[in-house]
Ligand binder design. Structure first.
Ligand code: SER
Length: 318
């Protein structure tokens, strides 16, 4: 039986990943790690053990690993791209110094570790259409620099010490549960909130800007199925491209209008977000993930839009 620690359990991904892991492995086997000021509440607090776990505090992580006999860590602590650009030192401290702590503990205790990478690990010089698995990665954001470093450091601990490190490059993630904070792809979540509230949406990303996106249930499924994959079949370990859909603002707007015909959108471009979005791929090639561990997404833009509008509407009525 697995005993799992989720670091960053109250964040954008952790707040949905933790309950899903508890559903699969049993509540008592999944520890929700949180930082002060972002304590778990409700189901996250009641569904299993929780512990203060600051990724920058190696001693704290080591104590939790020993206390709960942890064999698997999902290291979800990170700042998103726009916030990171404004707080680069903190982004590095959490993303890389924190990862170092996790990997050192994983080496000592032979733990399995998942640490997400992102479409943000690519840059201007990367081929933008059907971006290959192994290609140029010269990002121009600190977020991207930390994600490339995450992939390399995770690979190095695997090659050098045999630590079972695994990761995917997440696209922009869309969910009706926990809103993201300070990402370049956040507009694709915010637009659904505006539609359900009956408000006009002001889009910060220019028309025609394609980015990979994914519905949260697919993202959770990707992380968990990669961690469960047969290691003998893995050629890569870290930074798997995964893809589900790629769209520009006008495409998601048109899809939402099929259900909310009065919905309106205008543009007020944010230069920082536009520059970051422009440097990222338009569409990833995820054939290695499909071949090595059977990745397949379940949601496309049409089915995600139906589900998002329905679930957000019922949450907002409560
Ligand atoms: N969603 C992230 C961001 O926009 C990208 O991985 O920062």
């Amino acid at each position: 039986m697995k005993n799992i620690l989720v670091i960053g359990s109250t964040g954008q991904i952790g707040s949905e990943l933790t309950p899903e892991l508890r559903r699969l492995y049993g509540g008592e086997h999944v520890v929700a790690g949180y930082i002060r000021g972002a304590e778990p509440h409700g189901e996250l607090l009641e569904g299993g053990p929780s512990a203060e776990c600051d990724v920058t505090n190696g001693q704290q992580i080591a104590e939790i690993v020993q206390k709960y006999h942890i064999d698997t860590i999902y290291n979800m602590a990170a700042l998103l791209s726009v916030v990171a650009e404004n707080k680069p030192e903190l982004a590095w401290k959490i993303g890389i110094d924190g990862l170092w702590n996790v990997l050192e503990i994983a080496r000592e205790h032979q733990l399995q570790v998942f640490t997400p990478s992102s479409i943000g690990s690519f840059g201007e010089s990367t081929p933008h259409w059907m971006t290959p698995q192994d290609t140029i990665q010269r990002p121009t954001t600190i977020y991207g620099v930390s994600k490339v470093t995450t992939e390399l450091l995770s690979d190095w601990f695997h090659v050098r010490y045999g630590v079972d490190t695994r990761s995917v490059r997440f696209p922009g993630l869309i969910s009706y549960v926990t809103p993201p904070g300070g990402g370049t792809t956040d507009y694709a979540v915010d637009i659904y909130y505006s539609a359900v509230r009956g408000e006009k949406f002001v889009c910060p990303i220019p028309e025609g800007t394609l980015m990979d996106m994914m519905y949260m249930p697919d993202a959770l499924h990707a992380a968990i199925s990669l961690m469960e994959a047969d290691p003998a079949k893995l050629i890569h370990h870290n930074g798997f491209n995964i893809a589900a859909m790629s769209f520009a603002p006008e495409t998601v707007y048109a899809e939402i209008r099929k259900h909310c015909p009065d919905f309106q959108m205008t543009y007020e471009v944010d230069p920082l977000k536009a520059a970051i979005a422009h440097s990222w791929p338009d569409r990833l090639d995820d054939s290695c993930a499909r071949a090595e561990w059977g990745w397949t997404p379940r949601y496309d833009l049409a089915s995600m839009t139906v589900d998002m509008l329905e679930k957000l509407s019922s949450r907002m009525k409560k």
